[in-house]
Design a protein around this ligand. Structure first.
Ligand code: DX5
Ligand code: ZN
Length: 214
């Protein structure tokens, strides 16, 4: 399993320590949750923090944009060090165009679905994207409870990808722990985001290693 720890739950007063820990861990990438207070009812951080994280690691940066009109910021996201630019389907009127701009800027393109958005919304772009993210909580906050309908959505998405020529990986975000992670692995997920489970663990390196084994 590819693990992408979310630094939303890290100690922002000591980001250096958190990133050094991730550099030593079995993380496949680092998940950065950008929130604008418009698309979601919370504000987190933006490009200066993404740039700071980029300067501390060689791990790919998986930038999850919970913002309105993400297509306006493609170049800034790229310049802040993102490897994957992940936009919400619900935030993009012209999703196909947005995906093409992300790829033209040299990044991998990912699209996220909120819990109430059906998997079929990805059908016509599935061959254009590198990653699809199923939200298993409503976006905006760390530490929420896993919404079980995400499992069926992962199964549906797995079928959609496997019956096409898409090489997209399936990521799941929200309420991931060893128990929900095991269910998600069985449903066909390739990658798990984990915030609280990693950063509130007594031994975060062990928590990441255990998820990576799933
Ligand atoms: C929620 C964010 C998540 C969050 C996950 O809006 O997109 O990435 O940090 O946190 P946990 O793993 O604590 O649910
Ligand atoms: Zn996220």
């Amino acid at each position: 399993m590819l693990i992408s720890p979310s630094i939303l739950s890290a100690d922002f007063g000591n980001l250096n320590k958190a990133i050094s820990m991730l550099n030593e861990s079995r993380s496949a990438m680092i998940h950065l949750d950008v929130m604008d207070g418009v698309f979601v009812p919370n504000i987190s951080f933006g490009f200066p923090v993404t740039k700071a994280v980029a300067s501390m690691t060689n791990l790919p940066l998986d930038v999850h944009l919970m913002i309105a009109d993400p297509q306006k910021y493609v170049n800034q996201v790229r310049d802040s060090g993102a490897t994957i630019m992940n936009v919400h389907q619900e935030a993009c009127v012209h999703l196909h165009r947005c995906i093409q701009s992300i790829k033209a800027a040299g990044m991998k393109a990912a699209v996220t679905l909120n819990p109430a958005t059906p998997v079929v919304m990805l059908e016509d772009v599935i061959e254009d994207i590198d990653m699809a993210l199923i939200m298993s909580v409503n976006p905006g906050f760390g530490g929420q409870k896993f919404i079980p309908s995400a499992l069926h959505k992962v199964e549906q998405l797995r079928k959609m990808i496997d019956s096409s020529s898409s090489k997209a990986i399936i990521q799941v975000d929200g309420g991931v722990n060893l128990e929900t992670g095991r269910l998600l692995a069985a449903a066909g997920a390739d990658s798990l985001v984990a915030g609280n489970f990693v950063f509130s663990a007594e031994d975060p390196l062990k928590a990441i290693a255990e998820l990576a084994e799933l």
